[in-house]
Design a protein around this ligand. Structure first.
Ligand code: ATP
Length: 383
């Protein structure tokens, strides 16, 4: 469809960026980026006619357009950037130099390739900077020395792509990271941007590998301005498990001040922030309990009742809490408490603190094994 639209309007059309990289690597990819030589909006409108299920969004300011599909994927259209307006009759060399400039503004050679899709040159790979070579060598290479100074998020992107594909950073690129970090380049980044990049990593399969690189290259130390007790070694961090679980796992060795530092320097989503807070409260609570002689089930209940499953799963990884959690699990498994606030109201007990007290004592009787069945429960309440 893009070929037809391009041919029809007389525009050169290229697929660019991540799509080309993944196509050459033969790995699945979702989003499609097109760069055209011509009026981006006109092109996008023609294209949109062919995809009635897609929703067309035009950005006036940048002259870019996006088609969004019901499955969540999208197609972006951009004009190869130059400040002047596209002249329909531009010489091919001029067009090519625009594409070259566009590619040069990208982050890494493997992300700076294009494939022509007009019928006259369909499938032709445009690779000005050695992207194909680097794909074969398994290297992430920046396009120029100032790349990381220009945009420090590229440091995290480099680590992410390397981790995802099992690549390494090319020598100069790796040196470039060191230089950029040593000049304090991360200070240019807002908490939002840094968090966003970190969250991109968290959603990747090999988050553990990426985390190790972040540590090794000193990115985390630089960002948090101290060495926190990150732990990226747990094998689950490189498996397909929910991001929030990975998140708690890598934090689990930190102490209170370190947790606070993390919360301070990141703009986590409300959910992740709450979960992190809760996780830490429970860990602290359990550690304090552990130092007392005997932990009662009621004490455990105070911290563990109604806790999100992901927190329990991560706590289970910690040997210190194993026994308590197991004991608690066994005790709560058999609880079939039927009486609730409603029941008590129906039985004529007045609304107020009394209700809460009774419910609490019922639960603790279940926990302590004084109640084993519904009948026991009824009797207990009657008494
Ligand atoms: P992913 O598979 O993670 O989506 P992607 O390469 O498609 O990878 P995007 O973030 O969608 O990643 O970016 C699309 C393209 O835009 C990249 O391939 C790259 O060419 C360019 N790009 C993205 N971010 C930057 C950046 N910070 N600096 C320079 N170029 C960038």
């Amino acid at each position: 469809a893009a070929q037809q639209a391009g041919d029809e309007l007389g525009y050169s059309v290229f697929v660019v960026g991540g799509f080309v990289r993944d196509l050459l690597l033969k790995v699945p990819t979702q989003d499609l980026d097109l760069v055209i030589e011509g009026d981006g909006h006109a092109f996008a409108r023609v294209l949109a006619q062919r995809f009635p299920e897609g929703q067309l969004i035009l950005h006036e300011q940048f002259g870019t357009a996006r088609l969004e599909f019901p499955d969540g994927s999208h197609l972006d259209v951009a004009r190869s950037r130059r400040e002047d307006y596209a002249s329909p009759g531009a010489l091919p060399q001029v067009e090519e130099s625009r594409l070259r400039d566009d590619m040069f503004r990208r982050d890494f050679t493997i992300n700076a390739m294009a494939i022509a899709i007009n019928s006259t040159r369909s499938g032709e790979l445009v690779d000005y900077y050695g992207g194909l070579r680097d794909l074969k060598q398994g290297e992430i290479r920046f396009l120029h020395n100032l790349s990381f100074i220009e945009d420090p998020t590229r440091i995290l992107r480099a680590i992410r792509f390397a981790g995802r594909y099992g690549f390494r950073l090319a020598k100069e690129t790796r040196d470039g990271v060191d230089t950029a970090l040593s000049t304090g380049v991360l200070r240019k980044l807002s908490n939002e941007r840094f968090t966003e990049e970190l969250m991109h990593m968290l959603r990747e399969l090999r988050f553990g590998v990426m985390g190790e690189s972040l540590l090794q290259m000193g990115v985390l130390k630089e960002w948090f301005e101290s060495e926190l007790a990150w732990d990226f070694t747990h094998p689950v961090l490189n498996k397909e498990v929910p991001p929030k679980r990975k998140w708690l796992i890598c934090l689990r060795k930190m102490d209170l001040s370190q947790f606070e530092r993390v919360q301070e320097k990141l703009r986590l989503s409300k959910e992740l922030r709450g979960l992190t807070q809760k996780f830490f409260e429970v860990m602290t609570g359990l550690s304090v309990l552990r130092s007392s002689d005997k932990i009662s089930l009621e004490d455990l209940d105070h911290y563990l009742e109604g806790l999100p499953k992901v927190i329990l799963e991560v706590l289970m990884l910690d040997e210190r809490f194993h026994d308590s959690l197991k004991r608690y699990h066994e005790a709560t498994e058999g609880i079939k408490q039927k009486v609730d606030g409603m029941t008590l109201l129906q039985w004529g007990i007045k609304e107020g603190p009394e209700i809460g007290r009774i419910l609490k004592s019922i639960r603790s009787a279940w926990l302590e094994g004084e109640i084993h069945s519904e009948e026991d429960e009824q009797k207990f309440v009657a008494e």
